[in-house]
Write a protein that binds this ligand. Structure first.
Ligand code: CMP
Length: 139
């Protein structure tokens, strides 16, 4: 089976709480290869663009404030069936609904501050990865 790529962010709450190492360890132990990674911070314009699909949702202003309040870890991950397997690993959007052992069950506080992002399709993984990384930052 061909390998595929997905895009992730360890969100500001996860970084603030010192969970970068534990989450990256879980990602690696689950068979994902890190092919791009950086500590960075989104500007308001970055977050508004990245989350444009949620523009009309009532939580959009809160989402932009949250995602810009501190550094994130952005990464591109490679594995067979990367998009679906990574969404299984992170668990449901709302940590209250997330399965035991998932990253959100372990590290997320709420539906709004849910520790980690995972792309929802191969197409969006490519778009989101290109949003954060130039070609020569991807290996
Ligand atoms: P994610 O699924 O990675 O991308 C959209 C984000 O919006 C989501 O994670 C949460 O951080 C946030 N979000 C989704 N639903 C809600 C909600 N009902 N209330 C507040 N924030 C939300």
């Amino acid at each position: 089976m061909a390998t595929h790529r997905t895009f992730t962010m360890l969100k500001p709450d996860a970084v603030e709480k010192g969970h970068i190492g534990a989450i990256l360890e879980k990602i690696s132990a689950s068979g994902f290869k890190i092919v791009a990674m950086k500590l960075t911070q989104m500007t308001q314009a970055d977050a508004e663009t990245f989350y444009a699909i949620h523009k009309e949702r009532p939580f959009f202003p809160e989402l932009v404030t949250y995602m810009t309040r501190g550094p994130i870890v952005a990464a591109i991950l490679e594995k067979e069936n990367a998009v679906a397997d990574f969404r299984t690993l992170i668990g449901a959007t709302n940590p209250a609904d997330a399965a035991d052992g998932t990253i959100r069950k372990l590290y997320a506080a709420s539906i709004s501050e849910n520790a980690v992002h995972g792309s929802d399709s191969d197409e969006n993984a490519a778009i989101e990865g290109a949003f954060h990384f130039s070609g020569r930052e991807q290996f």
